[in-house]
Design a protein around this ligand. Structure first.
Ligand SMILES: Nc1nc2c(ncn2[C@@H]2O[C@H](COP(=O)(O)OP(=O)(O)OP(=O)(O)O)[C@@H](O)[C@H]2O)c(=O)[nH]1
Ligand SMILES: [Mg+2]
Length: 325
């Protein structure tokens, strides 16, 4: 199973990004520091082509610094990926954007030839918050849910620097199912497109394995949690997610847990490491290879059958033909 969300409005946003890309000097790709890999949109990489990219690992205040450092180390020799831990709420981070962008686009930056930057990324990562932070006032609507921005908005930061805010986009097929759950857990997928309990359980599997102490502390658990279903029930009972008769409302419990995860109430975390992502991709490739082998086997088996059908049709046709002697 996996989570997929690519509604019509996103396809429209994709087309609009494609349309304006020739007038863009630099893409500011906003990532989620809690999912440094899963929040990179491969479709955006294709749309961007050769346009340089500045990657910001936003919401660094919600991220586990040690794990984030693993990613920075992993990318340190990479020419293709340079990403800065970032927070739209940190003034000194926001101030640095101007300098970073100017270094990347040295041939522009005047009133006649302003740097034209496009802010892009998956939904709910803080693109419009960045736009507001750069402008120093509320020019774009922000909200803690995906698909808040519906249309592009271009504004002037200074005479030599203009920015374009764009709606958040995912891509038509998220191949790594584990990554798709991480996108859903952190809040990049609209609630109506996910099964809340399934996503909360996926999140709990992760927290039980990687941030067990934090769960114990947040929910005042008596013992270290082991089983995701049991833990969700305990969270439900502790947080009053009950239906009449005192039965646990699992959906409500899932809402409580996901809301805590997304707001950072359980503590800072990063849901993936470079090793983990590499193993997952190996699994994806294995599954793909197995599916392809099965398809080939079906084809091979179908040929003789098809041949038999053709032979029979041929025989039947001949027996229908009037005999000429
Ligand atoms: N903790 C934290 N929250 C942030 C940060 N930047 C943005 N947010 C929050 O993230 C949520 C989404 O912000 P938006 O700016 O609306 O995100 P967006 O990428 O424009 O979202 P869409 O337009 O829906 O694609 C809001 O609740 C923001 O307050 C940050 O650095 N740290
Ligand atoms: Mg927005």
């Amino acid at each position: 199973m996996s989570v997929q969300w690519f509604p019509g409005h996103m396809n429209k946003a994709r087309r609009e990004i494609e349309k304006v890309m020739p007038q863009v000097d630099v893409v500011i790709e906003v990532l989620d520091a809690r999912i440094p890999d899963a929040s990179q949109n491969p479709m955006l990489t294709t749309l961007r082509g050769d346009v340089p990219v500045l990657r910001l690992l936003n919401k660094k205040d919600l991220a586990d610094k040690k794990r984030l450092a693993l990613w920075l180390d992993h990318w340190k020799d990479s020419d293709s990926i340079v990403a800065h831990p970032f927070s739209t709420q940190d003034k000194s981070d926001v101030t640095k954007i101007n300098q970073w962008v100017r270094q990347m686009v040295p041939h522009r930056g005047t009133a006649e030839k302003p740097i034209r930057a496009m802010i892009a990324g998956i939904p709910n990562v803080g693109k419009s918050s960045l736009m507001n932070a750069l402008l120093g006032k509320r020019v774009a609507k922000v909200g803690n849910e995906p698909a808040v921005t519906k249309a592009q908005q271009k504004l002037k930061v200074t005479n030599g620097f203009q920015v374009l805010d764009t709606p958040g986009i995912l891509w038509p097929k998220i191949e790594n199912p584990d990554a798709s759950y991480r996108l859903a857990v952190t809040g990049a997928v609209r609630d109506t497109a996910i099964d809340y309990e399934e996503v909360a359980l996926a999140g709990l599997v992760f927290f039980i394995n990687d941030y067990n102490d934090e769960l114990v502390k947040r929910y005042k658990l008596k013992t270290a949690p082991k089983d995701p279903d049991d833990t969700l029930n305990i969270i439900g009972s502790k947080r009053g997610a009950l239906r009449s008769g005192g039965v646990i409302d699992v959906h409500k419990a899932a809402e409580v847990f996901l809301s805590d995860v997304r707001s950072g109430a359980i503590g800072p975390y990063v849901m993936e490491t470079p090793d983990m992502v590499e193993q997952e991709w190996q699994k994806v490739e294995e599954v793909k290879a197995k599916k392809e082998a099965e398809r080939q086997a079906r084809l091979a088996a179908a040929v003789p059958q098809r041949q038999q059908e053709q032979n029979k049709a041929h025989r039947d046709k001949r027996s229908d033909e009037p005999k000429t002697e």
